[in-house]
Design a binder for this molecule. Structure first.
Ligand code: BES
Ligand code: MN
Ligand code: ZN
Length: 492
C-alpha cells in the first residue's frame, strides 16, 4: 500500500473517505463538494442517523451529483480526544470498506488537534489492518483479494504528517514482522529457522548473534537445554543488539522473549484439541524481533538488547521426564514435575544470561506463559508482574496510551512458598491456584537486583476474530506497547 500525504483538496473521482467530527457536520472542504453531492451526503447522514461517532462508518455508493464512485464517511468522535491511538483505530476501521478500491483519497479536516499526527497515525491504522498472510494459499479467489494500492491522506499539515509517518511506518513494519513469525506454521519456524529469519534484521542495522547447544552447555544452561532435549531441532539463544544511543556504552534495556516454537507439553503431553495453537508459543520472541525492527527502522536513540530463548518442546525417547532435576545457569537446581511448564525453564536461563552479560538497566520479559492468565484476564489485558513499581507503572501507562492494556497482579512470599521442592532448590510448578503468579515467582528467582517486569501475553498474542488493528490471527500485541514505553522513557 503506497501512502502519500497532501493538502486538503476536494476529491473529485474514485473513492473518498471523509472524516466527520462528532456532531455530524461536514467540514468546509467537504462542503465545497458539488452542491448536489453535499446535499446527498447530508441526507444520507440524517437517514442513517450518522452523527460522527468515533469509528462508525457510512458508505454512500455513487452519490447523486458527483463523479465519485463511493464516499465513506467515518466518525472521528470528539476532536478534543482525537490522539494518535484514536486516529490509528479510525484508520483501521475504514480499511475493510475501501480494500476493494484500487486507490482512495482521505479527507481529514479540522483544526484544534495535531493534524499531522492524526494523518500519519490514520494511515498507520489502515496499514496495520491491511495485514494478510497468504503465502501458502495456492488458490485465492479474486474476490477475496484486496485491491487497494494507494492512499492519499489529505490534511492541514501534510509535511508534518509525512515526517511523522517515517516512525509510524517503522512500527508497522515491526508489527508485521512479529505477525509473520507468529503465523508461520511450526514445521517452518523452529529454533534455527527463527534465527535465520531474524538475520534479516542485520539489514536494519541490528547486530545478530546466536548461541547453539554447545555454547549453552558451556554456559551451564541446563534448564533451557532440558526443555529442548526431546526435539530433533537444535535449541538456540538469539541475541539482537540495537545501539542507537549517542553513548554506545550506556547500559542497555533488555527485552527477553519466550520462543517455544511448538509446545506439545513434552512427556506431560497436552490434549490434542487446540494443540495447534501452540505454534504461537513463541509469541514473546516474535515481539522481540518485531520491536527490534521498529526501533532500528525509526533509528531510536537508545541501546536495547533483545534476547530470545528458542526451543521446541517435544515428547521423545530423549525427552526430559517429570521428576528430572536440572541445574540452571544461575546454579539453582529445579525439579521438573511438569514438562509442560517449560517456558519458565527457558526464561530462567535467558534472564540470567541477559543480566550476566549485559548488566541491563532494566529487564522486561514477554511470554505466553500460562493458561491461567487467560482465565483471569481473557484477551482484554495481558498480565504484568514486577519487582519495581516505577517500571511497572511506566509499562502500564504505555499500554494504556497505545491500547495494548496491562493489568498488574500481585507477587509475594506467600506465593513463592508454593515452589518448594523436597529434593531441589525449587520445583517448576506451584499448586492448583494462582498459576500465573507462581510462574512469575519462579522467574523472579532468576532476577538479581535489577528492575524487572514480566508480561504474560498468553491471552493476547492470537485472536481468531478481527481486533481493532488486526484482521484476525497474530495480533502483534507488545510491539507498539514496548515501542511507546521506550520512546517515552529511555530515548535521549
Ligand atoms: N504455553 C503454555 C501456556 C499457554 C496456554 C499459552 C494456552 C497460550 C495458550 C505453557 O507452556 C503451559 O503449558 N503452561 C501450563 C503450566 C502448568 C503446567 C503449570 C498451563 O498454563 O497449563
Ligand atoms: Mn507448556
Ligand atoms: Zn508453553
Amino acid at each position: 500500500m503506497h501512502i502519500t500525504f497532501a493538502k486538503i483538496a476536494v476529491p473529485k473521482q474514485g473513492a473518498a473517505v471523509i472524516g466527520v467530527a462528532e456532531g455530524g457536520k461536514l467540514g468546509p472542504a467537504a462542503a465545497k463538494l458539488d452542491k448536489q453531492v453535499h446535499g446527498t451526503l447530508s441526507r444520507a447522514m440524517k437517514a442513517a442517523e450518522f452523527t460522527g461517532k468515533r469509528e462508525k462508518t457510512l458508505v454512500i455508493v455513487s452519490p447523486a451529483g458527483s463523479k465519485l464512485d463511493r464516499v465513506i464517511l467515518v466518525g472521528l468522535g470528539s476532536v478534543k480526544t482525537l490522539d494518535a491511538t484514536a486516529a490509528e483505530r479510525i484508520g483501521a476501521s475504514i480499511y475493510d470498506a475501501v480494500s476493494k478500491d484500487t486507490g482512495v483519497t482521505v479527507l481529514l479536516e479540522g483544526g484544534g488537534f495535531e493534524a499531522g499526527a492524526v494523518a500519519a497515525h490514520f494511515a498507520g491504522g489502515m496499514v496495520l489492518k491491511s495485514y494478510r498472510f497468504t503465502k501458502y494459499l495456492t488458490k485465492e479467489s479474486k474476490d477475496s483479494k484486496p485491491k487497494l494500492k494507494s492512499v492519499e491522506v489529505q490534511s492541514d499539515a501534510p509535511a508534518d504528517a509525512k515526517k511523522r509517518y517515517v516512525a509510524v511506518e517503522a512500527v508497522c513494519d515491526g508489527v508485521f514482522f512479529t505477525r509473520d513469525v507468529i503465523t508461520e506454521p511450526p514445521n517452518i519456524i523452529y529454533p534455527e529457522s527463527f534465527v535465520a529469519r531474524a538475520k534479516e534484521l542485520a539489514k536494519d542495522g541490528i547486530k545478530v548473534e546466536a548461541l547453539g547447544e554447545a555454547a549453552m552447555k558451556k554456559l551451564g544452561m541446563g534448564a533451557l537445554l532440558g526443555v529442548g532435549q526431546g526435539s530433533r531441532k537444535e535449541s538456540q539463544v538469539l541475541v539482537l543488539r540495537w545501539d542507537g544511543a549517542k553513548n554506545k556504552s550506556d547500559a542497555p534495556l533488555a527485552i527477553v522473549g519466550k520462543g517455544v516454537t511448538f509446545d506439545t507439553g513434552g512427556i506431560s503431553l497436552k490434549p490434542p484439541a487446540g494443540m495447534w495453537d501452540m505454534k504461537w508459543d513463541m509469541g514473546g520472541a516474535g515481539v522481540v524481533v518485531g520491536l527490534m525492527r521498529a526501533l532500528a527502522r525509526r533509528k531510536a536513540p537508545v541501546n536495547v538488547v533483545g534476547l530470545c530463548g528458542l526451543v521446541e518442546n517435544m515428547p521423545d525417547g530423549n525427552a526430559q521426564r517429570p521428576g528430572d532435576v536440572v541445574t540452571s545457569m544461575s546454579g539453582q537446581t529445579i525439579e521438573v514435575l511438569n514438562t509442560d511448564a517449560e517456558g519458565r525453564l527457558v526464561l530462567a536461563d535467558v534472564l540470567w544470561y541477559a543480566q550476566q552479560r549485559f548488566k541491563p538497566k532494566a529487564i522486561v520479559d514477554l511470554a505466553t506463559l500460562t493458561g491461567a492468565i487467560i482465565a483471569a484476564l481473557s484477551d482484554h489485558y495481558a498480565g504484568i508482574f514486577s519487582n519495581n513499581d516505577e517500571l511497572s507503572n511506566k509499562l502500564i501507562a504505555a499500554g494504556q496510551a497505545v491500547s495494548e492494556r496491562l493489568w498488574r497482579l500481585p507477587m509475594g512470599d506467600e506465593y513463592d512458598r508454593d515452589l518448594k521442592s523436597p529434593i531441589a532448590d525449587m520445583k517448576n510448578i506451584g499448586g492448583p491456584r494462582a498459576g500465573s503468579i507462581t510462574a512469575a515467582q519462579f522467574l523472579q528467582r532468576f532476577i538479581k537486583d535489577v528492575p524487572w517486569a514480566h508480561l504474560d501475553i498468553a491471552g493476547v498474542v492470537w485472536n481468531e476474530k478481527p481486533t481493532a488493528l488486526a484482521p484476525g490471527g497474530g495480533t502483534g500485541y507488545g510491539v507498539r506497547l514496548l515501542n511507546r514505553f521506550i520512546a517515552d522513557n529511555y530515548e535521549k
